[in-house]
Design a protein around this ligand. Structure first.
Ligand code: NAG
Ligand code: NAG
Ligand code: NAG
Ligand code: CU
Length: 364
């Protein structure tokens, strides 16, 4: 099955508020499975100071200038930022709509954070998150979100590309059911903000062929797609789900996870490309909040949820017809070439036990 975008069935879900969490000032490292004393803090983008937001954007731009560790494995990798794009493209078919969806992306972000720190990001602060619920109040609020600021954010939408045209890069992929995103409003290259003109040889989808020209970063804002699936009501419905298996299925394929991808990526945008979506730096803020939602759910009953792992080993095999379930022993790895790291699911179930050591400034 070809997975051209984050599209799948939709689910209806229900509501509540945010729980405060106590945060500690600076990070420590602890042995595998042992609790760390001073976790670093992941904050919402708009809760960072102007200077911190500049520092973060500078760190991402720095990663785009540093040599990639995966270039020896895959020649189109141009820099350290693309190491993460590369491993995600190569692993997509094994890490989405499967049990290890959450542990995989937790590990991916922890490794991305280390690369940010190497590029000057504040060591007491982890990967910032984008709390979508703050931008689901109105279309104006969404369009004016600090996330899309052109100096202290990631820039805005692409120019409108008529929806009756074939996909700019996927010939034959035309708009209309089941591919349409009716509320889409852009589709062109990003032309403002710190990542205006950003390009890559990766994509579309799992295409890793060398190309004559770089492919641009595209956005195709789709506010309704975000609001319908990432509202406070949707999040709180997810928090009430009983088991990890059900939580993973609903949130990975139906509610806030695709919502964040579609809200920014619409139909033609980079964020909607299941494989190459980490080519948009917003991906990492979106997935930090996806991880925050998992941790929020885990914290509802930590003793049980710290050990609750299931879900298909084969993409979309929720009935286990092609394989069994993920377990705490299932291996999880990220990184091509010398940056590869591998752990077990068990090592990724608690965000303050080695090898992890972070917290969120607030939870759902
Ligand atoms: C790319 O994905 C398609 C399915 O979408 C698959 O058939 C093909 O083998 C993949 N190619 C590579 C190089 O992984
Ligand atoms: C596609 O959209 C463009 C711009 O809105 C319009 O000019 C054109 O007639 C449309 N073509 C078809 C086949 O509907
Ligand atoms: C996978 O896990 C689910 C949820 O715990 C369970 O209902 C199902 O029977 C398991 N499948 C297999 C093949 O063990
Ligand atoms: Cu992913």
């Amino acid at each position: 099955m070809g997975l051209s975008s984050w599209t799948t069935a939709l689910g209806a879900l229900v509501a509540t508020a945010a729980l405060p969490v106590t945060a500690a000032p600076s990070p420590t490292v602890s042995a595998r499975g042992e609790t760390c004393a001073r976790p670093y803090v992941r904050k919402e983008w708009r809760h960072l100071s102007d200077g911190q937001r500049q520092q973060y954007i500078g760190a991402v731009q720095c990663m785009m200038k540093e040599p990639g560790t995966a270039t020896a494995t895959l020649s189109i990798v141009r820099n350290r930022f693309e190491d993460f794009l590369a491993t995600h493209v190569k692993q997509t078919d094994f890490v989405h709509f499967v049990g290890i969806f959450y542990p995989y992306h937790r590990l991916l972000l922890a490794e991305y954070e280390k690369a940010l720190w190497d590029c000057g990001w504040d060591h007491a602060l982890g990967q910032p998150f984008w709390d979508w619920t703050l931008d689901t109040g109105s279309k104006e609020a969404f369009l004016n979100s600090p996330i899309f600021d052109t100096t202290l954010g990631f820039g805005g939408n692409g120019a409108y590309i008529p929806g009756n045209l074939s996909h700019p890069e996927l010939p034959g992929f035309t708009v209309g059911p089941p591919n349409d995103i009716p509320d889409r409003s852009g589709g062109g290259c990003v032309v403002d903000g710190p990542f205006a003109g950003l390009g890559t040889y990766f994509g579309p989808q799992n295409n890793t062929e060398p190309k004559a020209a770089l492919r641009c970063l595209r956005r195709d804002f789709s506010y309704d797609s975000l609001r319908e699936r990432a509202s406070p009501a949707q999040i709180q419905a997810a928090m009430a789900i009983d088991t990890y298996g059900n939580f993973e299925f609903v949130t990975d394929s139906q509610s806030y996870h695709p919502a964040g991808h579609w809200g920014v990526g619409g139909l033609y945008g980079t964020m909607t490309d299941t494989y190459a979506s980490p080519g948009d730096p917003i991906f990492f803020l979106h997935h930090s909040n996806v991880d925050r939602a998992w941790w929020s759910w885990q914290m509802r009953d930590l003793a049980a949820h710290e050990k609750d792992m299931s879900g298909p080993l084969v993409m979309f095999d929720y009935a286990n017809k092609l394989g069994g379930n993920a377990t705490l022993e299932t291996p999880v790895w990220v990184g091509l070439g010398e940056s590869r790291v591998e752990v077990k699911v068990a090592d990724l179930m608690h965000i303050q036990k080695g090898p992890l050591c972070y917290t969120y400034e607030s939870l759902y």
